[in-house]
Design a protein around this ligand. Sequence first.
Ligand code: FAD
Length: 291
Amino acid sequence: MKITERLKDKRKIFSFEFYPPKTENDAIRLQSTIKELKELKPDFVSITNSSTGTVPYRTVGLSKALKEKTGFEIMVHLTCVSHTKKEIKEIVSNLKEIGIDNVLALRGDIPDKETIEIKKDYVYANELVEDLRAMGDFAIGVAAYPEKHPQASTLKDDILNLKKKIDAGADFAITQLFFDNKSYFNFMDKCAQMHVNIPIIPGIMPVTSYKQLSNFTEMMGVAIPEDLAGNIEKYSKDKESLMKFSIDYATAQSFQLLENGANGIHFYTLNRSKATKQILKNIMAHVGIKD
Ligand code: FAD
């Protein structure tokens, strides 16, 4: 079932993001993560794609394998900045062949010029959305940034650019991860004021290390609330307490989002199951959230 169909009913929607494994150990861990998370019956799982354009077959291959072996509804991430239009056509034709109905259309981060050839067919994600709309009957998702994309000068500008993706045919959006719900609620208010009316699913990630946190601030411009930073530091040498804190934090964040209008939660799993499984179990135990 297309994600757009699922978004029409009233039930909250839950999904997991996985990345294609790069090593044998990665692959073994992903296998066990999938086994653990399968019982939670996600509405869909999404498979990331490198922005360098060098290994799209990994994303397509993992999507095909998961579709066949688990029956998961799949959303494939497709980045365009390092692809020509011809390459995108070929990838899309592969996606159609394996029966993919949902695509997250992304620009991707601009790769380092020294190592990767920059192709010039695509500059922004709205151009990919337009091509995807013309190429097939896909449910098309796009990225949204509650704290603005790092390259955008203002949140308003970034929302105007989100509107370009919607005008090109995007059906729904998934947000960048965030740790302060105020940023999501503020973003949703601004989107409503600017007549952005597509469903915008919040993306949540349980944090498991202090280093991870500082990477987010630096690379993604994501704000870290003081209590979160303080506790992650406090438990940095106590794995068990850190995991418990992280699960409790993300559970509280998810409850508040769901109770205040969010239509579901997209979990950034980093191919690990423990925290996501417990958070979703906590949510499911919350009466009326999921049947
Ligand atoms: P765009 O929507 O093109 O926006 C990029 C920047 O350009 C923004 O600052 C925007 O305001 C501006 N802009 C957009 N359109 C225009 C326009 N028409 N004119 C002028 N300015 C414009 N990266 C990966 O490499 N692989 C993944 O699998 C992946 N998955 C992701 C999943 C989610 C849910 C999210 C939120 C991000 C993901 N990313 C992924 C990261 C993403 O690729 C980067 O954030 C990238 O820098 C921007 O991609 P975008 O599709 O948002 O680009």
